[in-house]
Design a protein around this ligand. Structure first.
Ligand code: PEP
Ligand code: MG
Length: 588
């Protein structure tokens, strides 16, 4: 943080969604100001103790209920170890005893006392040399938040109803947070944790609003109502900006608007290189609400519909009819272009409800996506029926996530065939020739792409996971974000393998991870022979611009050269030089 003579403060994080927003900060947590402080009499102490005990009981019940939901919903009979830890925190004498003793001594209301005891406890744990205890600090904070919510009743404001021009600041935003978000009034996101491929970043790009992640403890020191300027290109947040900063960003906004207006002219034009090589430039969505923005940006269909977000909004899995309505709505909206509907990819960083913290030690390596669906055939079958029914309404393709080898594709296809038989017997129409694809996002799949290609109609590379699994770098952890490198020679070789395997077998290969939306990488992806790029709304015009200013031949030469380098530094240098030449306005 740097200070200048005004009250302005500048913070630096990781810019993950382009654009500049001016707005007012709303901190999504229980701010200290939301916790009232008032005196009580000695006679009122027992009443406060009862309120506290009731809040503890309610919290324990919520946690048990959640545990049950995880056990049944995720198909595991083992209780979640994290929730066991959370339940034990509600009984932890180090947290409860000081509350009881201070109630009698300080004669203050219980939420005030509990908040200050909990904060002190969290700070003490966070400073412990022992790593296990340090990690417990986050658990105590979660549970304390839950107890406070119970004590405060409905007083805590959520994300569903925000004033216009809100910059949401949070420790992190979970999929269930963003699925309840008041999308029309939010102009930007700032989170303490995260990286380019974390959920907050993906949602911000889908909403076409700027975002900064990895601002460490911003949610602790920023306050509701502070004016701020958020620069999603550079990752800079200016709080209480000075006149000078307002002026600089005002100028920048004009310049960027000019570039955006120029790129908006490309909307109706195809994604074709100067020498006539045409690609499909499609868009990624999480909810049907994302479609109009993508169409306005000029997307040729949907290359990735992340259907798990329909599930995250509800406590139960949605039934066939409600899924069918959503899928059909999107299919009709993009017709005659296609929509690739990805089957449920729950797990990893996407959970069923906001309380449902991962029940596994390594959720990204755990019971996720196709693994979950193959183990829960009723959930899978319901979704496949809904997708197939929607295929009669437009151009629908089906895609399986997290494929690690051909066996999973064969199993999934077998279930798909049974569902098709069932629909035929019932006389329900669907597209008999519906295309089926596999996501290439696990190195074992990318390395055996030749085998998998024989079982599907297309591949789509999920670079977010492919990079994570290839380099063993957590895609949502800001502390290793500098190691998350899509241009690593190992990643490039796996991408090449997928494309070659696809083409050798007469099928096409696209890419729908965040790498596809970064204009810097566009020449490389075009040169490597990708047939489709599927990107977020915020990225689409820039990527189209690069494709249209590129020669396929030079892109192929670049791809060949990058595959001959030994490190990504050289690759990035080549890509930067090329982008600078193609359109310097796109260089950040
Ligand atoms: C990916 O992994 O690149 C991808 C597109 O899927 P998700 O980000 O939903 O895991
Ligand atoms: Mg993925």
């Amino acid at each position: 943080m740097t200070k200048n003579p005004t009250t302005e403060k500048i913070y630096q994080g990781i810019g993950v969604s382009p654009g500049v927003a001016r707005g007012t900060i709303f901190v999504y947590k229980i701010a200290d100001e939301a916790v009232p402080e008032y005196d009580i009499t000695a006679e009122q102490v027992p009443e406060e103790i009862s309120r506290f005990e009731a809040a503890l009981v309610e919290t324990r019940e919520q946690l048990h209920e959640l545990q049950e939901r995880i056990a049944t919903g995720v198909g595991s009979s083992a209780p979640s170890s994290i929730l066991d830890v959370h339940i034990s925190i509600t009984e932890d004498p180090a947290l409860l005893e000081p509350v009881m003793s201070r109630l009698g001594a300080d004669k203050k209301n219980v939420e005030y006392i509990f908040n200050s005891v909990a904060q002190k406890y969290v700070t003490t744990l966070a400073e412990m040399p022992d790593e296990y205890l340090r990690e417990r600090a986050a658990d105590v904070r979660d549970v304390a938040d839950r107890i406070l919510r119970s004590l405060l009743g409905r007083q805590v404001r959520g994300l569903a109803d925000l004033p216009p021009g809100t910059i949401v600041v949070a420790h992190d935003l979970s999929p269930s947070d963003t699925s309840s978000l008041d999308r029309k009034n939010v102009v930007g996101f700032v989170t303490d944790v995260g990286s380019h491929t974390s959920h907050t970043a993906i949602v911000a790009r889908a909403m076409n609003i700027p975002a900064i992640v990895g601002l460490r403890d911003a949610s602790q020191y920023l306050h509701d109502g502070q004016p701020a300027i958020l620069d999603g290109f550079s990752g800079t947040l200016a709080v209480e900006p000075s006149q000078q900063t307002l002026f600089v960003y005002g100028q920048l906004a004009v310049k960027r608007q000019t570039v955006d207006d120029r790129l908006a002219q490309l909307r109706e034009l195809p994604a074709v290189t100067l020498d006539g090589h045409e690609l499909t430039l499609a868009g990624n969505i999480e909810l049907p609400e994302d479609v109009p923005g993508l169409i306005t940006a000029g997307a040729e269909g949907i290359g990735l519909f992340r259907t798990e977000f329909l599930y995250l909004k509800h406590a139960d899995f949605p039934d066939e009819e409600s899924q069918f309505q959503k899928y059909a709505e999107v299919a009709r909206a993009v017709k005659p272009n296609s929509v690739i509907i990805r089957t449920l990819d729950i797990g990893g960083d996407k959970f069923h409800s906001d309380e449902a913290t991962p029940a596994e030690m390594n959720p990204f390596l755990g019971f996720r996506a196709i693994r979950f669906c193959l183990a829960n055939p009723e959930v899978f079958t319901t979704q496949l029926r809904a997708i197939l029914r929607a295929s009669a309404e437009g151009n629908v393709k089906i895609m399986y996530p997290m494929i690690s080898g051909v066996g999973e594709v064969q199993q999934a296809n077998e279930i798909l065939r049974e569902v098709m038989d069932q629909l035929r017997r019932q006389g329900i129409p669907f597209d008999e020739n519906v295309d089926v694809g596999a996501m290439m996002e696990i190195p074992s799949a990318a390395m055996t792409a030749e085998i998998i290609a024989k079982e599907v109609d297309f591949f789509s590379i999920g670079s977010n996971d492919l990079v994570q699994y290839t380099l063993a770098v957590d895609r949502v952890n800001e502390r290793v974000a500098n190691l998350y490198d899509p241009t690593h020679p190992a990643v490039l070789r796996l991408i090449r393998n997928c494309v070659e395997a696809a083409h050798n077998n007469g099928i096409w290969c696209g890419i729908c991870g965040e790498m596809a939306g970064e204009p810097l990488y566009t020449p490389l992806l075009v040169g490597m022979g990708l047939d489709e790029l599927s990107v977020a709304t915020a990225s689409l015009p820039r990527v189209k611009e690069v494709i249209r200013r590129l020669n396929l031949v030079e892109a192929q030469e670049l791809a060949a050269a990058t595959l001959n380098t030994t490190n990504s530094r050289e690759v990035l240098a080549m890509l930067n030089t090329l982008l600078q030449r193609i359109d310097p306005d796109l260089v950040n």
